[in-house]
Ligand binder design. Structure first.
Ligand SMILES: Cc1ncc(C[n+]2csc(CCOP(=O)(O)OP(=O)(O)O)c2C)c(N)n1
Ligand code: SF4
Length: 249
């Protein structure tokens, strides 16, 4: 019989708590596949956030630890400096990375820490009920912006990855999306490059991934995919913002 699906070794045989149609679970799988393919599972340490991915350490079959909200880059810095042979990554939502922990990621990039950052942008604070995040689109209705985000009052959406790409300590910075199979495959390639930046000692690698939150967007899972494509991608263009020449395309 032909095997069409096999769980990556870097994923535990665990049922996740994610909502139906949430792409956090697929992103976990991509990260796990990359860890397997790079042959680094035995020496990888993941740092979990305090968003919907709070239990990521329960799902990855690797060593892991849990950081306070936004503090994953600081914790990962300590782990990597103490254990430089380990491969260390953070997994963070936009509320975590682009709001409470903006300073943490900025300074980790300024220092050029040898880390991989998986930055999941679903435009809202998913876990706590869908409040406005720095990445919420102009006009977007959330539980804390019931009349739509007004950029005169609440500012414009933050383009974190473009900003971080400017920093010399960053070796790889890209944005991808989960709204189609083709895009999911491109996301995996970028995740791999973000790990390679660390493995090759080039600098920090970050991938921003446009992800769904059907529960808090109030749409069904399929509509959520269209929503990413129609509303998020025009505001958050996909592509590479920095690729160190030693990484190749
Ligand atoms: C220091 C701190 N501040 C606030 C919270 C409450 N909190 C938990 S999850 C969360 C939002 C998470 O949103 P995001 O990072 O976008 O991830 P998502 O749930 O959307 O995947 C907040 C504000 C917390 N746990 N710790
Ligand atoms: S609340 Fe949103 S981000 Fe969190 S698990 Fe559900 S769909 Fe995913």
């Amino acid at each position: 019989m032909q095997v069409v699906y096999r769980r990556p070794e870097a994923l535990k045989d665990a049922q996740t708590h994610y909502c139906p149609g949430c792409t956090h679970g697929i992103i976990h799988r991509l990260v796990a596949e990359v860890i397997d393919e790079l042959g680094v599972r035995e020496r990888t340490i993941g740092v979990s956030p305090v968003g919907c991915a709070v239990f990521a350490y329960e799902y990855f079959n690797i060593d892991g630890c849990e950081a306070a909200h936004g503090r994953a880059p600081a914790m990962a810095t300590g782990v990597k400096r103490a254990l430089p042979d380990k491969i260390v990554f953070t997994y963070q939502g936009d509320g975590d990375l682009a709001s409470i922990g903006t300073n943490e990621i900025l300074h980790a990039c300024a220092r050029g820490e040898m880390l991989t950052v998986i930055f999941v942008n679903n435009g809202v604070y998913g876990m706590t009920g869908g409040q406005m995040a720095p990445t919420t689109l102009a006009g977007q209705v959330t539980t804390s912006s019931p009349f739509g985000r007004d950029i005169r009052l609440q500012g414009s959406p933050l383009h974190i990855t473009e900003m971080l790409a400017m920093m010399p300590g960053v070796a790889f910075a890209a944005r991808r999306s989960m709204h189609s199979v083709a895009d999911i495959r491109k996301t995996k390639k970028a995740v791999e490059q973000a790990f390679q930046a660390q493995i090759k000692g080039l600098g920090l690698g970050i991938v921003e991934i446009l992800s769904s939150c059907p529960t808090n967007w109030g749409v069904d899972p399929l509509t959520a995919m269209d929503w990413i494509h129609e509303h998020m991608v025009p505001v958050y263009p996909l592509g590479d913002f920095k690729v160190h020449e030693a990484l190749g395309r």
